[in-house]
Structure formats: C-alpha cells, structure tokens
Design a protein around this ligand. Structure first.
Ligand SMILES: Cc1ncc(COP(=O)(O)O)c(C=O)c1O
Length: 287
C-alpha cells in the first residue's frame, strides 16, 4: 500500500494536514455518497480551465440541490493557498462538497451546512514511454446508474468498472451501453475514423469532461474534423485511433483494445497533433 499523503488540506474553513482532518461518521458523503467533486489540474502553479471546472461544480451541486457554499473568487483563493504549499509546480486540486452532517435519512436534509474538503497533490502525468507506446484497454457493459452526467462521489459503479481493467492488467475499462460507446471508468473516449475525431453525444450516460470542449477547440485549431454522435461497438473496434482524455491523462493513446491492436498498434498522427496542441494550451491559458 502507498503511504498516505500528508499535505495541507482544507476542511470547512480550516487548513490542516490531511492526517489531522476529520469528518463526522454521520456526514452524508460517508453514509450515502451524497456529494460531488472536481479535479482541477494545475500547471506551473496556475489553474487550468478553472472557470470551466467551477461551472461544472455549480452544475453538479445544482443537480443535487446543494447550495454552492462559495463564490468562484472564494474557491480560487482556497485553491491558491493550497497550491502555494506544495513544492511541485504541476499539481492536482481535489474539491469535494457533500450535503453535510445529519441524522441518517435518505430524504435530502434541509438547512445543514455542506462539508467542504479540498486537497492538493503533485500531478502524475503519463510518462514519455507510455505516450510513445500507448495503453491497453478492455471493454465492459456500462452497468452504472443512469446519471453518469453528475460528477458525484457515489462512484461504486466506476470503481467496479475500473477494477475490470486492473484485473486484466489494462489501463482503463471502456464502457458500452445498449451497443453504444458511453465513456470509460474515469475518462472520456475518442474514436478517430477517416481523420475525424468522434465522441459520444453529451447525455445522462456520460460525464461531460472538461476536455470535451478543450478537444473540440484543439481540433478546430488543428483543422481536424470533430463530431459528437452515437458510436457503435463495431466503430469502436474498427477505429484508426483511440484516445482517452481526463484531467490527469490529458490525451492518451489507446493502442490495444481487448488484446487486439487498435489501427496499426501505434499511437497515431491525430493523437500526436492533439497532444502537442494540448501542451501549447497548457502554456497559454491559466489563471
Ligand atoms: C467517469 C468520467 N468520465 C470522464 C472524465 C473526464 O473528465 P475531465 O476531462 O473533466 O477530467 C472523468 C474524470 O475523472 C470521469 O471520472
């Protein structure tokens, strides 16, 4: 087991080492997974796509009828305080808001203060070798609930899905619902066919990653066609290139799917262009 991090974290107004931060066992996050989260990348001590992450955090809270406990400026101030604490320039901020502490009852308790937790860790990006070789993925049926669009801390379905790839020695589990691609256990999936980048349509079955819009912008910059439409299993399996995206994976080439080569089994040219464009975006746009 990895040693637990003991960096500074934020809990309900206090900055404290992670080992000292304590929440009530009656917190609805602990009892029901009744909360939401965000993961914001930080490059060179600057927050990447912060406004977009704040907008999604607000949407997630609204979908659970939890009032946003902070303004964007207050969130920013707290993020900056945590960023200043770590020696690493590139970091990941984790933000979690739960409904709060209450007598156990499924009904949404009113009038309680949300629990706010934030922590920061050094960013762990895919290595140069991984980017050169690509990663292996496996497929599975998407057995998660019907509100995968909410970035909720109720992640048991995603945990079970991820473990399928862990057990198979692969990096991610790509999920299919009713014969169509949804996403992966903790990433969005991009299918390249005939030079076009295809993604699943935004729906209740897919978490809209912050990279959805970013990849659209990068494709536009690069003159690569981009389209969101239902993607069949046959299209997934017959892809020229496959990619994953997430805050910590950025864009990552998938070169094996269920032990078969994707395309020629090497990271492809569309990946290479998007990855380079992503690196330029990191350098250009941060708060
Ligand atoms: C289920 C799921 N889909 C997609 C993503 C990608 O989202 P983002 O690009 O905002 O990191 C994540 C990120 O963790 C995820 O958990």
């Amino acid at each position: 087991m990895q040693a637990l991090p003991d960096t500074l974290c934020y809990l309900n107004g206090e900055y404290t080492p992670v080992s000292k931060a304590k929440v009530s066992v009656l917190d609805r996050g602990f009892i029901f997974g009744d909360g939401i989260y965000e993961v914001v990348p930080v490059y060179g001590r600057k927050l990447f796509r912060f406004d977009e992450h704040m907008a999604r955090l607000a949407r997630s809270l609204a979908s659970l009828s939890i009032d946003n406990p902070h303004s964007a400026e207050e969130w920013l101030e707290r993020c900056r305080r945590l960023i200043a604490e770590l020696p690493e320039e590139d970091q990941m901020i984790y933000i979690q808001v739960t409904r709060g502490v209450a007598v156990r009852d499924h009904a949404m308790t009113k009038g309680i203060a949300p629990t706010v937790f934030m922590m920061v860790n050094a960013m762990k990006l895919p290595s140069a070798e991984t980017l050169k070789k690509g990663v292996a993925c496996v497929t599975a049926s998407d057995f998660r609930w019907e509100r995968a669009d909410i970035k909720s801390t109720s992640l048991l379905g995603n945990v079970l899905a991820r473990q399928i790839s862990v057990d198979a020695g692969a990096t991610e589990t790509i999920l299919m619902r009713d014969g169509l691609l949804t996403e992966a256990s903790s990433s969005n999936v991009w299918v390249v066919r005939g030079g076009t980048v295809f993604g699943s349509p935004k729906s209740k079955h897919v978490l809209e990653g912050i990279r959805y819009e970013l990849i659209r912008e990068l494709c536009e910059e690069e003159g690569i066609a981009y389209d969101l439409r239902p993607i069949s299993e046959a299209e997934l399996r017959g892809a020229d290139e496959l990619m994953l995206s997430s805050a910590s994976k950025e864009v990552l080439p998938v070169t094996q799917l269920d032990a078969h080569k994707v395309g020629d089994g090497q990271p492809g040219p569309v990946f290479a262009r998007l990855h380079a464009a992503y690196q330029r975006a990191k350098a250009a746009q941060s708060i």
